[in-house]
Design a protein around this ligand. Structure first.
Ligand code: PBG
Ligand code: ZN
Length: 326
């Protein structure tokens, strides 16, 4: 039944100012975490082919890239290390090397930007010669509980280097409890634990795996990451990680899983992050490059959707282009 002329919703859409007044604010830069890839050396700034505008950087270049963003109020960084094949072994031991690449880069970043929140990705896939997120037994099966001990060492080494938060992404059972226990017993009582609690076995990680050189050499990650068709198990993963002591939960990827973001949001009082992953970023670039849409308008719409679904913070490669998008 039409209510014309009393009800005319277009009245509130007539001007930019009215639309801004009635709408929700766009997520600020303070709500965004920029994922970055560290490499060895100096003056290294190597563009990642499938991710225009994203680079693997040595610590000095990373500092130069972060400086203007920190001034503009960037929410945080998520740090990944990209290491030489020669440093990789079956158990990913370089991931917890005393003075390894990530550990050194954490120190440099914290020295330069003490107030900027620095998270580190805690996983083994960038450090194992087979490319899986854990140690294997009997050839191809992941040894869950052996992996927990390795992840504890990685998290402790990052906390010791000065990371504000550690973010386990291996999707092993019990990883949050194991890491929380290790942090507590070693005196790292203030280290934030952001769990990649709700991480799907997605086809959208391709560009990242190129960037991080972390593809599984055989098989896939379906035996540990969530099945995209199982939203109930996704909720159970979130609940269990909350019980195990996570400070922040995460849904990953974001855009294909907006339903999961809102469901997790309804089921927890914890802060919720969403990871706007490499494939989501590359998709938008592909559309814009083909002339199918405006790059920054697409990015804006995507980020707004993730926020609308219920994410408090967004891990996104758009963070270093915030000014152009907004
Ligand atoms: C590794 C990890 C991945 C991403 C973040 N941490 C890839 C994977 O699980 O294969 C993906 C991030 C992205 O695609 O942007 N555990
Ligand atoms: Zn991994």
């Amino acid at each position: 039944m039409s209510k014309l002329p009393e009800t005319r919703l277009r009245r509130l859409r007539r001007t930019e100012s009215l639309r801004t007044l009635t709408g929700q604010p766009f997520p600020t830069l303070g709500k965004m975490i920029w994922p970055v890839f560290a490499v060895e050396g100096e003056n290294q700034r190597i563009e990642i082919g499938s991710m225009p505008g994203q680079f693997r950087m040595s610590a000095d270049e990373l500092c130069r890239a972060v400086e203007p963003l920190a001034e503009q109020g960037l929410g945080g960084l998520m740090l990944f290390g990209v290491v030489d094949e020669a440093l990789k072994d079956a158990g990913g031991s370089y991931a917890f090397a005393d003075n390894g690449l990530v550990q050194r880069t954490v120190k440099t970043l914290k020295a330069g930007f003490p107030d900027l929140t620095l998270f580190t990705d805690v996983c083994l896939c960038g450090y194992t010669d087979h490319g899986h997120c854990g140690a294997l037994h009997a050839g191809t099966e992941i040894d869950n509980d052996k992996t927990l001990v390795l992840l504890q060492k990685v998290a402790l080494s990052h906390a010791a280097a000065g990371a504000d938060g550690v973010a386990p992404s291996a999707m092993m059972d019990g990883q949050v409890a194991a890491i929380r226990r290790a942090l507590e017993t070693n005196g790292y009582t203030d280290t934030v634990l952001m769990s990649y609690s709700t991480k799907f076995a997605s086809a959208l990680y391709g560009p990242f795996r190129e960037a991080a050189e972390s593809s599984p050499q055989c098989g896939d990650r379906k035996a540990y990451q969530l099945d995209p068709s199982d939203p109930r198990q996704a909720l159970r993963e979130s609940k269990i990680d909350e019980e195990e002591g996570a400070d922040i939960l995460m849904v990953k990827p974001a855009t294909f899983y907006l339903d999961v973001i809102s469901k997790v949001r309804e089921n927890t009082e914890l802060p919720l992050a969403a990871y706007n992953v490499s494939g989501e970023y590359a998709m938008i670039h592909a559309l814009a490059n083909s002339g199918g849409g405006d790059l920054h308008a697409l990015a804006r719409e995507n980020l707004a959707a993730i926020q609308r679904a219920g994410a408090d913070m967004i891990l996104t490669y758009w963070a270093n282009q915030y000014e152009q998008i907004f």
